[in-house]
Design a protein around this ligand. Structure first.
Ligand SMILES: *Cc1c(COP(=O)(O)O)cnc(C)c1O
Length: 378
C-alpha cells in the first residue's frame, strides 16, 4: 500500500490551516512544515538554526549534499548532467538560458509557446539572439498543445524551448516534446517533481521551487554537461552556468533556508510518498475528481484546457458569468477553500492542486462545486 502523501490533521497546531489553492508560493506538506518548525531553533546536533548557519559550515555541506542527492535519486539524473541550485526564480532562467546557450550563435532558438510563461521566455530570448516561434497556441487562447506535424522548427535550432505545464492556462504536456535533434530546454516550474521525467531526453530542465518543490528563493537547473561548453567568457560571472557547476552551486551565499526546505521536500517525496511515480498517480487521481465535475456540469463549469492536455496541477475553468464567479469564490473562501481566483489574464477559476494538496482538500472543492451548481438551479 502506498502511503497517502499528506496527513490531514485537523487537530493541534494545524487546526487553523485552510485549503490553499494558490498557484505559488503554494501549499507545502504538513510534515515538512512541522520538521522545519521543530528544527527552527536548533538543527539536531548542531545547536544553530538553519537561518543562522554559515553556508560554508559542515552542517550546511550535508544539507546541500543531501538535497542534490535527493534530486538526483528522485529524478534518476545521470552523471552526464549537472544539478545546479540558483537564485532569481524561473524568470532569471528566461534570460540565463539564451545568454548561455544562444549568445553569439548563428542559428535560432525555437520556442513552442503553449501559454503565458512560454511567451515570456521567448521575449527574453529575443534580447540575446535569433528566436523562431515554432508554434504558438495564442489563436485559441492557449487551450491546447500542438500536434507533432504542426510544429515548424527552423534549420538546426540551437535549442527548442517548451513549458511542461502552463500554470496560468492549465495546459500540460503529456509526452516528452521532440526537438528534432536539437537540445530540448524545458521550463518545468509548475510540475517539477509531480511526476517522473525522462531527463535524458532534455538538454536543460529548470524549475523554481515554490510550486511543488519547496519555497521561493531557489531554482533548480539540470543541464547536460556538454552544453556548459556553449557559455561564453563575456558573460557576467553570476549569470554563467559554469560558475555554479565549478563551485558546487555555492559560488557565493546560496539561499540556505530554501535549499534546506527543498531537501526536506525530497525526503518527503522519497519516504512518505514513495517516489515520483506514486506522486504522479496521486496527482492524476486528484485532478480527475475535479475534471469529472467539469465533464458532468452540462456546460455550467467550462474547462479552459482541452481534455487531452488538461493539467494535473492547475485546473482552470469558467462559470457562466463573472457575477457567478465572484459568488463562487466568496462561498469557497467561507468554506476555507482559498485562492481560487484565476489569473487576471484568463479570468475564471484556477484550482492549483500541487503535490502537497491533500485529497481531502480536492474532495471539499469538488463537493462545493456540485453544491454550488445545484443551488443555481434551485
Ligand atoms: C511560476 C512560474 C514561473 C515564474 O517563476 P518565478 O520564480 O516567479 O520567476 C515561470 N514559469 C512557470 C511555468 C511558472 O509556473
Amino acid at each position: 500500500m502506498e502511503n497517502e502523501p499528506v496527513t490531514d490533521r485537523s487537530a493541534g497546531s494545524a487546526t487553523e490551516r485552510v485549503y490553499n489553492f494558490s498557484p505559488g508560493p503554494a501549499v507545502l506538506p504538513l510534515e515538512v512544515l512541522e520538521r522545519a518548525r521543530d528544527e527552527m531553533l536548533s538543527l539536531p546536533g548542531v545547536g544553530i538554526s538553519v537561518l543562522e548557519i554559515s553556508h560554508r559550515s559542515p552542517a550546511f555541506d550535508s544539507i546541500l549534499e543531501e538535497t542534490l542527492q535527493g534530486l538526483r535519486q528522485l529524478l534518476a539524473i545521470g552523471d552526464d548532467y549537472e544539478v545546479l541550485l540558483m537564485q532569481g526564480g524561473a524568470s532569471l532562467q528566461f534570460s540565463m538560458v539564451p545568454m548561455n546557450l544562444l549568445r553569439g550563435r548563428q542559428a535560432a532558438a525555437n520556442y513552442i509557446i503553449t501559454g503565458t510563461w512560454g511567451q515570456t521566455g521567448a521575449k527574453e530570448a529575443r534580447r540575446e539572439g535569433k528566436v523562431h516561434v515554432a508554434w504558438d497556441g495564442g489563436a485559441t487562447g492557449y487551450d491546447r498543445l500542438p500536434d507533432a506535424k504542426e510544429i515548424g522548427l527552423s534549420d538546426s535550432p540551437e535549442y527548442v524551448h517548451v513549458t511542461s505545464n502552463e500554470t496560468i492556462q492549465g495546459v500540460q504536456w503529456k509526452h516528452d516534446p521532440d526537438g528534432g535533434g536539437a537540445p530540448v530546454v524545458c521550463d518545468c516550474s509548475s510540475d517539477f517533481m509531480s511526476r517522473p521525467i525522462a531527463v535524458q531526453k532534455y538538454g536543460l530542465i529548470y524549475a523554481c521551487a515554490q510550486k511543488n518543490a519547496g519555497i521561493a528563493g531557489v531554482t533548480v537547473v539540470i543541464i547536460r554537461k556538454d552544453l556548459l561548453e556553449r557559455s561564453r567568457d563575456d558573460l557576467p560571472t553570476m549569470l554563467d552556468y559554469r560558475t555554479y557547476a565549478k563551485n558546487g552551486s555555492r559560488p557565493n551565499t546560496p539561499p540556505v533556508f530554501a535549499v534546506y526546505v527543498l531537501g526536506l521536500v525530497c525526503q518527503w517525496l522519497r519516504d512518505s510518498v514513495g517516489g515520483l511515480a506514486a506522486m504522479n498517480r496521486h496527482n492524476a487521481a486528484k485532478a480527475k475528481l475535479l475534471y469529472d465535475v467539469l465533464d458532468a456540469a452540462g456546460g455550467f463549469y467550462a474547462g479552459h484546457a482541452r481534455p487531452e492536455c488538461r493539467s494535473d496541477m492547475n485546473v482552470t475553468f469558467r462559470l457562466p458569468d463573472e457575477t457567478l464567479e465572484k459568488a463562487f469564490i466568496k462561498g469557497a473562501t467561507e468554506r476555507r477553500l482559498v485562492d481560487l481566483k484565476g489569473h487576471r489574464s484568463v479570468g475564471g477559476i484556477r484550482a492549483s492542486i500541487y503535490n502537497a494538496m491533500p485529497v481531502s482538500g480536492v474532495e471539499s472543492l469538488r463537493d462545493y462545486m456540485l453544491e454550488f451548481q445545484r443551488n443555481q438551479r434551485g
